[in-house]
Design a protein around this ligand. Structure first.
Ligand code: ZN
Length: 415
C-alpha cells in the first residue's frame, strides 16, 4: 500500500513525501512510484507523524481521586480495567508506552497485546514499583529496607518479566504521609537497585520530585528521571553531564490543579505552588539541553487515558518547539524506554503512524483528534471514518493481490 503526497513529520523535520506500508512495516519513504498492482491512497491534505510513545503511563489507574479503589481490586478486575485503558490509549494514536507497573498485570498485558489477544500499544512493562517501607506508592509497590532487600526486589521484578524497574527516590503527591521533597532511599539502596537492574539488562527509572532525590538517583546511575519537579542548577547539570533522560509528566499536576476542588485535602496541600515550580524546572532543563522524553503519568487523578497528546502541547507551551515536542514524544521516548523500531518514519520501522488533518507543527492540538491511527499497518483508531475505510480497503486489496500472486507462483510447474 502506498500512502501518497503526505506531509511527513518526524525527527528528520517536516517535508512532503510518500510512505510504502508492507507486512506491517514502513517499507520505503520518499518520492515513490506504485509497484504493479499496489494500492495507492492519495493524501495531499494529510500529515503523517510516527505513532506517539508515552514514556510514563499507569494502566492500573483511571484518573480516580485516590488509589484506594484500585488497591481493593482483584487481579481479574485490574486486568480488565488495564485492557480498557490500553485500548483507549491506542485508539488515541499512542502506539507505544512504558507502563509503570501494577502487580504482574502490565507484563501479562504486554504479552497478550503482542500476540493480538487484546488491542493496545506496544509496551515496555514493569511489575511492582520499588519503594522504601511506607514510601510513595507502597500500596501497589514492593517495599524495601536495605541494599540486600533492594537487590532481591529487582530480581523479583526480573523473574516476573519486567523490562525495567521503577523506584521511588522521593515521596509523592498521591501517597499520604510521604514528602515529595525528602530523599526516601539511602545511597547504598540506590546503588544496589541500579546495579542489579543493569546486570539483568533492565533500565532503571526513578520517580523524583525534590532536587536532592534527583541528584542521588542520577549519581547512582539511573536512566530516566520521572517528574523532576523541583530541579536546581546542580541537578540540571548532572542530568546533562550523565545524559540522563528527563520525563517531565507536565500533564499530571496540570490536571490536579484544574480539578483542585475535587482533589483530596492531602493532594491539594502538596500541589499548591508545585505546578509553577514544575514548569520552571522543565524550562530550565530544556534550555540547558537535557534529553527530554514525553510522558503523561496518565491514570493519576483526572489525567485520563487517551488524552496523552496534550503532553506535547504542554511541552511546547513551556519551552520546546512544536517539532521538538513531537520528537520527545516519539523518537526520544521510544529510545529512552527501549521500544525498538518505532518513533520515526524510517524504512524498517513498524507502520505505526498517526494521520492528522493538519500539520501538527502548526497546531499541536490536531494530535488530540487523529484522523486515522495505524499500528503495524492496521487501522486501529481515528475519527475520519471515510479515510479509515479507504486505507483499510487498500490494505485488503494488497493482501488479495499478494495472495493471488502467491497462488500463481505455487501453481507454476517446478523446473
Ligand atoms: Zn507515575
Amino acid at each position: 500500500m502506498l500512502l501518497c503526497d503526505l506531509t511527513l513529520v518526524d525527527g528528520d523535520g517536516v517535508r512532503t513525501g510518500d510512505l510504502r506500508v508492507s507486512d506491517g512495516r514502513i517499507a520505503a519513504v520518499g518520492d515513490l512510484t506504485a509497484d504493479g498492482d499496489e494500492s495507492v491512497v492519495s493524501l495531499p491534505e494529510v500529515a503523517a507523524v510516527p505513532g506517539l510513545v508515552d514514556a510514563h503511563v499507569h494502566f492500573s489507574l483511571s484518573g480516580e481521586r485516590t488509589v484506594d479503589d484500585v488497591v481493593g481490586m482483584s487481579d481479574a478486575e485490574l486486568a480488565l480495567v488495564e485492557a480498557r485503558n490500553a485500548r483507549r490509549t491506542l485508539e488515541a494514536g499512542v502506539t507505544g508506552v512504558r507502563a509503570m507497573g501494577a502487580r504482574d498485570v502490565d507484563v501479562r498485558l504486554r504479552d497478550r497485546i503482542d500476540v493480538g489477544d487484546v488491542p493496545g500499544p506496544r509496551m515496555a512493562a514493569n511489575c511492582r514499583s520499588i519503594t522504601a517501607t511506607g514510601g510513595h506508592g507502597h500500596h501497589l509497590g514492593r517495599e524495601i529496607t536495605g541494599p540486600v532487600d533492594a537487590r532481591k526486589a529487582v530480581r523479583e521484578q526480573s523473574k516476573q518479566g519486567a523490562d525495567f524497574i521503577k523506584f521511588m527516590v522521593t515521596g509523592g503527591v498521591t501517597t499520604p504521609g510521604t514528602d515529595p521533597d525528602a530523599v526516601a532511599l539511602t545511597d547504598d539502596e540506590l546503588d544496589a537497585l541500579v546495579d542489579e537492574a543493569h546486570r539483568r539488562g533492565m533500565h532503571a527509572a526513578t520517580h523524583a520530585h525534590g532536587a536532592a532525590g534527583v541528584k542521588a538517583a542520577v549519581r547512582a546511575g539511573v536512566d530516566t528521571v520521572e517528574h523532576g519537579t523541583f530541579l536546581d542548577d546542580e541537578a540540571v547539570d548532572l542530568l546533562l553531564e550523565t545524559e540522563t533522560t528527563l520525563v517531565p509528566t507536565l500533564s499530571a499536576p496540570y490536571h490536579i490543579v484544574r480539578n483542585m476542588d475535587a482533589a483530596t485535602a492531602d493532594v491539594q496541600r502538596k500541589t499548591e505552588h508545585v505546578y509553577e515550580r514544575h514548569i520552571e524546572s522543565f524550562g530550565r532543563a530544556v534550555e540547558a539541553g537535557v534529553r527530554v522524553a514525553g510522558g503523561t503519568d496518565a491514570g493519576t487523578p483526572f489525567n485520563m487515558h487517551g488524552a496523552n497528546a496534550a503532553e506535547a502541547e504542554f511541552m511546547a507551551e513551556y519551552g520546546m518547539s512544536p517539532l521538538d515536542a513531537i520528537v520527545a514524544m516519539t523518537e526520544t521516548a521510544a529510545d529512552a524506554v527501549g521500544l525498538d523500531d518505532q518513533g520515526t518514519l524510517e524504512p524498517g520501522t513498524y507502520a505505526d503512524v498517526v494521520l492528522c488533518a493538519a500539520d501538527p507543527t502548526d497546531d499541536l492540538a490536531t494530535l488530540n483528534d487523529p484522523a486515522v491511527v495505524l499500528k503495524g499497518g492496521d487501522v486501529v483508531g481515528g475519527s475520519d471514518y471515510e479515510l479509515r475505510d479507504a486505507i483499510r480497503d487498500a490494505g485488503r486489496d494488497d493482501a488479495a493481490v499478494s495472495r493471488t500472486a502467491k497462488g500463481a507462483r505455487d501453481s507454476e510447474p517446478a523446473e
